[in-house]
Design a protein around this ligand. Structure first.
Ligand code: BEZ
Length: 252
């Protein structure tokens, strides 16, 4: 997917704002080498690097990495794929916020994280859990089907596992899961009027491959209208985010 880093930081900063508490769970130490997997525009990488200077941010999007590097020239960033990466030096910890639901080859990603950690190294991750943005996705699928876009109405771009399913993935490659949480995190969207339309424009592009431009606008607006009863509150739109947060250790 092609990212728009400016739209991301101006209207979707909640993605990294929420990540700050995950850094507290990571507890970065000065002598540690840390990888921020899926660093986006680098805000969290920079916060980790203030505590662990040998921190690297990696993202699949060259546009995001360029923006991160421009904003934080003292931090090391690299373009790389979460399901295919190999660093010459292994890490004490791998951190990842709001990324792993984009990685369809999640088994390969778990194996890569394992392979790139030192023995007893830890992973501290958070991403979309089972049921994440379910009402938005279901409404989008319904509106696509209603306009005859049958194939697109079955599109599933994200991986949102339960604690049980993802623990199995991690244990299969050799991790020991030491902490797991699945929680609701209704997330206030920045655009008070068109929050859902805006969210779909930023994150839901792949639903519209082969969809006529006028239908994209009509579908997005119909989704927003249909979700008013569930996702609109007095002070704006809230997306129905559900997160999975886990810590796991690389067993010897
Ligand atoms: C999330 O952070 O949960 C998310 C973001 C974009 C698309 C789907 C999920």
């Amino acid at each position: 997917m092609q990212w728009n880093p400016d739209l991301y930081t101006s209207k979707h900063a909640f993605v990294f704002d929420y990540g700050a508490s995950l850094i507290e769970l990571l507890q970065p130490q000065p002598s540690e080498r840390i990888l921020d997997l899926g660093c986006g525009t680098g805000e969290l990488t920079q916060q980790i690097a203030q505590r662990s200077p040998e921190t690297t941010g990696m993202d699949q999007s060259p546009e995001m990495v360029q923006k991160a590097q421009d904003a934080f020239p003292g931090v090391n960033f690299i373009v790389g794929d979460a399901a295919h990466f190999q660093f010459p030096k292994k890490f004490h910890a791998i951190f990842s916020n709001a990324t792993l639901h984009w990685v369809s080859n999640y088994r390969a990603a778990a194996q890569c994280m394992y392979d790139n950690l030192l023995p007893e190294g830890r992973m501290v991750i958070e991403f979309g859990g089972k049921g994440n943005v379910q009402s938005i996705v279901q409404s989008l699928q319904k509106q696509l089907a209603a306009r005859g876009y049958t194939e697109q109405s079955m599109h599933q771009p994200w991986y949102f596992p339960s604690i049980g399913a993802y623990s199995t993935v991690l244990e299969t490659v050799g991790f020991r899961v030491t902490f797991a949480q699945h929680y609701d995190r209704p997330t206030k969207l920045v655009d008070a009027e068109n929050g859902i339309v805006d969210w779909i424009r930023m994150f839901g592009k792949s639903f519209f491959v082969g969809v006529a431009e006028r239908d994209i606008t009509a579908i997005s607006q119909a989704v927003q209208e249909a979700l008013k009863a569930d996702l609109w509150q007095e002070d704006g739109w809230y997306a129905d985010y559900k997160r999975i947060r886990m810590v796991a250790i690389k067993e010897l």
